[in-house]
Design a protein around this ligand. Structure first.
Ligand SMILES: NC(=O)c1ccc[n+]([C@@H]2O[C@H](COP(=O)([O-])OP(=O)(O)OC[C@H]3O[C@@H](n4cnc5c(N)ncnc54)[C@H](OP(=O)(O)O)[C@@H]3O)[C@@H](O)[C@H]2O)c1
Length: 322
């Protein structure tokens, strides 16, 4: 593939091999290099996952002119510094969620992206997939009337205590890890940031929030949020409007067995939610078309991430300290 985009990955992250690489391959991109802190471990990771080259140190990968775009799946607290360095190196960036730990961090990254003219995206991949376009079409077409509330949960149980999600200094915790998805969805549907919240957090001994639930008020409606690192794997979303509702079995990473339903009185319209592609495919394909000049960027950090970050600030403040 002569014009396949050459991607570099910062860090030998689990999510890079589990989700980014399958999406990259399906989108026709090239896994050109992975950079890690440990040379031997990075080499083994590159070999095991079919990445062309292992690079010692993140900086060296960013300095490599043969890399066209960078994927940043580092711990949350490291996103800001490495995203800004990647943008300064002129590399379009796909960074993992949550893009930053606060609105201030996300604003700094979005501003750097705009100042440098280098695009930046947060990996909320669902926003690029056909099921989300269908949800937006139903909502935009008035099928459920104005949205009153969005009930959305995302949880799973951490199997090991040796995990970045249990490290407060790395930006761990349920809200940052899984709660950010319902918050991003609500910020998109309500078109603005949260204004206030009433939430309860359960704290892990490490100091991070193990679970968090509550009500989050936006100008245009309410999010009923539940997220956890200590409950069984579960996700759903119900979007309730004045004239109907939409149920989504797995709004954030729908697979082939997932579905959506539009409820209008007694009438229910069922739609398949998965599209048969790995979850990351659509967003990576979009980024590649943008880099090639084939389409304008959409759902960039500057356009889509600031309301989410501001909402997370509101929810964190409502949860209070441990
Ligand atoms: N979009 C999604 O569906 C999705 C799903 C899961 C996770 N995520 C996000 O992806 C990111 C990574 O999550 P993950 O589960 O893949 O984590 P992970 O397996 O622990 O990977 C993080 C990588 O960061 C590097 N790193 C640099 N400094 C580190 C430090 N002080 N401690 C630990 N690792 C450090 C490590 O690579 P080297 O040692 O090789 O440098 C490590 O492999 C997070 O932002 C998370 O929220 C997104």
């Amino acid at each position: 593939m002569a014009d396949a985009l050459r991607w570099g990955i910062l860090g030998t992250a689990n999510i890079a091999q589990a989700a980014f690489l399958p999406g990259l391959r399906a989108a026709g991109g090239q896994a050109a290099a992975v950079a890690g802190r440990d040379a031997d471990r990075t080499r083994a990771y590159a070999q095991q996952h079919g990445i062309e080259r292992a690079v010692a140190g993140y900086e060296a990968l960013l300095d490599d002119p043969s890399i066209d775009a960078v994927y940043v799946p580092l711990p949350n607290s490291l996103h800001q510094s490495w995203v800004i360095r990647a943008l300064e190196a002129g590399k379009p960036v796909l960074c993992e969620k949550p893009l930053g730990l606060s609105h201030g961090e996300v604003a700094a990254m979005a501003t750097a992206s705009q100042r440098l003219g280098v695009p930046l995206w947060e990996a909320f991949v669902f926003a690029f997939r056909p099921h989300f376009a269908q949800i937006q079409a139903w909502v935009g077409g008035g099928e459920i009337g104005p949205i009153l509330d969005v009930a959305s949960r995302f949880s799973f149980r951490l199997r090991s205590r040796d995990n970045i999600r249990l490290r407060p200094e790395l930006g761990g915790g349920a809200l940052y890890d899984v709660g950010c998805y319902p918050v991003h969805l609500a910020a998109q549907l309500f078109g603005g940031p949260a204004q206030r919240a009433a939430v309860l957090a359960e704290w892990d001994a490490s100091g991070v929030d193990a679970s968090l639930a509550g009500a989050v008020q936006f100008a245009a409606g309410r999010l009923l949020l539940s997220c956890s690192l200590a409950a069984g794997p579960d996700t759903f979303t119900r979007i309730v409007g004045s004239a109907g509702a939409i149920t989504v079995s797995n709004p954030f990473h729908p697979g082939d067995r997932d579905w959506m339903a539009l409820h209008q009185g007694d009438r229910v319209t069922w739609v398949r939610a998965g599209d048969g592609t790995p979850s990351f495919t659509a967003q990576i394909a979009h980024i590649q078309r943008v880099v090639r000049g084939e389409e304008p960027p959409r759902h960039t950090a500057a356009a889509a991430s600031l309301n989410t970050a501001a909402s997370i600030d509101v929810i964190k403040a409502a949860a209070g300290p441990r």
